[in-house]
Ligand binder design. Structure first.
Ligand code: FPP
Length: 240
């Protein structure tokens, strides 16, 4: 889809690795959790920008399966922040956004799980931007959980081995029938994928920038989209 104002090619699904909150806070001699709070503000700015630009799906990496190894006070700060922020997401679901959480939520507090379910349930019929938030998410864990479910169904005779296709595996991932990622954006200067949406990014374009996540706003997103617009996506085929 081309954007009439800017001639931008608008990807259907953009995924964000929101890196750099800690460094952003450190530069200001503030605690890391202050950076995460500012990061949550940036996330909301970007949700709005995605909606304005006509992006259909936006996925945000909020907490990885590896992030539990951070200091206790940082983990607690992040969990408290999520809990608090989940009360405010209604402003987007009221504007027709659909909210989905991916990751293994069984390890999260009852309160968080309840709020996640409420946000999902309350927005499941919305037809605007779909926002996916990854909490306690890691691709290895997601794929392993999918394999276990498929294996159980095979064992019970509900599906045969021949029925195990890439489409079936895909449907058992947390992202279910969400389209694959077109563009993965990582802020904060690191150039790696960090166990995020490995399956879903099979043909994604990657965009890395030095901007720290709390400083990433609509203009920075438009820069990423300009770069994406210049890419030639061939999906394993040849150049036209
Ligand atoms: C990585 O930066 C960031 C995180 C692990 C947390 C991201 C979470 C948010 C932006 C808040 C999300 C809010 C909601 C509502 C889900 P880092 O801490 O690794 O930064 P550093 O590399 O500078 O240390």
């Amino acid at each position: 889809m081309a954007n009439e104002n800017t001639n931008l090619k608008i990807p259907t699904h953009v995924a964000f690795i929101m890196d750099g909150n800690g460094r952003w806070a450190k530069k200001r001699l503030m605690p890391r959790n202050y950076g995460h709070r500012e990061g949550a503000k940036a996330l909301k700015t970007i949700i709005r920008a995605c909606k304005d630009l006509g992006i259909r799906y936006a996925t945000f990496y909020a907490f990885s399966t590896e992030n539990w190894s951070r200091p206790d006070d940082e983990v607690k700060g992040l969990m408290d922040l999520f809990d608090e922020q989940l009360d405010t997401l209604k402003q987007y679901t009221d504007e027709n956004a659909r909210l989905i959480f991916i990751g293994d939520r069984t390890k999260l507090s009852e309160s968080l799980q309840k709020k996640m379910a409420e946000n999902e349930e309350g927005s499941k019929d919305n037809t605007g931007l779909t926002v996916l938030i990854a909490v306690n998410y890691g691709s290895h864990d997601e794929i392993t959980r999918a394999v276990k479910k498929i294996s159980a169904l095979t064992k019970e005779g509900d599906i045969s081995e021949d029925q195990i296709t890439p489409e079936l595996v895909n449907s058992f991932l947390d992202t279910g029938n969400i389209p694959p990622v077109d563009l993965l954006i990582r802020t904060g200067g690191e150039e790696r994928i960090s166990n995020f949406l490995l399956w879903q990014c099979a043909y994604a374009e990657f965009y890395f920038c030095d901007t720290l996540w709390p400083d990433f706003g609509k203009n920075e997103l438009i820069e990423a989209l300009k770069n994406y617009t210049s890419r030639d996506r061939r999906f394993g085929g040849v150049m036209n």
